[in-house]
Ligand binder design. Sequence first.
Ligand SMILES: Nc1ncnc2c1ncn2[C@@H]1O[C@H](COP(=O)(O)OP(=O)(O)OP(=O)(O)O)[C@@H](O)[C@H]1O
Ligand SMILES: Nc1nc2c(ncn2[C@@H]2O[C@H](COP(=O)(O)O)[C@@H](O)[C@H]2O)c(=O)[nH]1
Length: 187
Amino acid sequence: MGKGKLVVLTGPSGVGKGTLLRALRRRHSDLKLSISVTTRSPRSGEVDGQHYYFLTRTTFMDMVDEGDLLEWAEFAGNLYGTPRRPVEDAIAKGETIILEIELEGARQIRKSFPSALRIFVLPPSLDALEHRLRQRGSESDEAIARRMARARTEIQASDEFDMTVVNDDLNVALEQIEDSLYATLTC
Ligand SMILES: Nc1ncnc2c1ncn2[C@@H]1O[C@H](COP(=O)(O)OP(=O)(O)OP(=O)(O)O)[C@@H](O)[C@H]1O
Ligand SMILES: Nc1nc2c(ncn2[C@@H]2O[C@H](COP(=O)(O)O)[C@@H](O)[C@H]2O)c(=O)[nH]1
């Protein structure tokens, strides 16, 4: 079986990465999404093992020490990481697996998987981004301020990526991601 493909989707918190990936999965059920580990508390409706594996800081750091994470980073006061095994297994099986991760993790993946396709999702404006974070209703004002500060840094690094997509109209952004993904997968 041929080698699979690793795809990295990065962009500021609240830009719509999760929304885009859910829509992409509805169209392409063969695409795999990596499930991250995090020390963040679950949001209402989030299910352990489905949205994330929710861990204590100690367990997370044990995974780091054991080399069980492909990449990891601290973001807005919490730790996030990609379990290594499911990604390596998917690639060995010839599957396409997508990581939805922040900038520092994406930089680590560029070093360990230089052939990964790396896509950066931009908001139409910073005001629109803040509006999306507020209307999602999942973060406190303080957490939103931290995420907006981080968003400015991340957006400045968007030219490190193979392509950028502006998530203004969801369907347009979705088609752009789909086109780049399948152009890469068939060449
Ligand atoms: N194109 C769009 N236009 C308007 N609202 C959008 C669009 N895409 C996503 N949203 C909304 O923006 C909010 C944030 O989206 P989502 O949770 O997918 O962001 P995210 O990038 O995955 O965030 P995080 O990195 O914090 O997990 C949601 O309420 C979602 O419905
Ligand atoms: N480096 C990593 N970043 C990750 C991972 N899983 C998610 N994330 C990113 O964290 C922020 C915040 O996520 P939230 O669910 O608390 O809103 C966001 O940018 C995610 O993309 C990971 O495994 N590694």
